[in-house]
Write a protein that binds this ligand. Structure first.
Ligand code: 5GP
Ligand code: ZN
Length: 111
């Protein structure tokens, strides 16, 4: 299986990390939708939220959202956290990840 986020998360492909924990890696999105657009990747492969029953990992990913937001200087003003799941959810990369968007006002409509 050739998964781009597996290659990044396991450091087979070099990408500058914003934050790292034992089970997660936080990077900048290659095609940012806001002035700050981070991706929290799980280091192990799960296709998406439906494919992951590991609440320990999911908790660690949410902790990484908060820590990366503090490091990126967006915590105080605020940020949005998004998990796209499957086709109609807008998922394009089938490796579990959380988007963190910030740096401009994000309106209340969700999609
Ligand atoms: P999804 O649409 O699956 O929720 O989000 C996938 C995200 O990954 C997109 O925002 C896309 O810009 C980003 N992305 C895709 N390939 C790469 C890559 O090779 N490096 C980085 N940093 N981001 C990527
Ligand atoms: Zn993967």
């Amino acid at each position: 299986m050739d998964c781009i986020f597996c290659r990044i998360a396991t450091k087979k492909m070099r990408v500058a990390a914003v934050h790292e924990t034992e089970r997660t890696l936080v990077i900048k999105d290659i095609n940012p939708q806001a002035p700050v657009h981070l991706l929290v990747l799980s280091k192990e492969h799960h296709a998406n939220l439906l494919d992951c029953k590991d609440t320990g990992l999911l908790g660690e990913m949410l902790e990484s959202v908060a820590e990366a937001a503090k490091k990126a200087g967006i915590a105080e003003k605020g940020f949005r956290t998004v998990i796209n799941t499957n086709d109609e959810g807008g998922q394009t990369v089938y490796h579990l990840h959380i988007h963190v968007l910030a740096g401009r006002p994000l309106d209340n409509r969700l999609g």
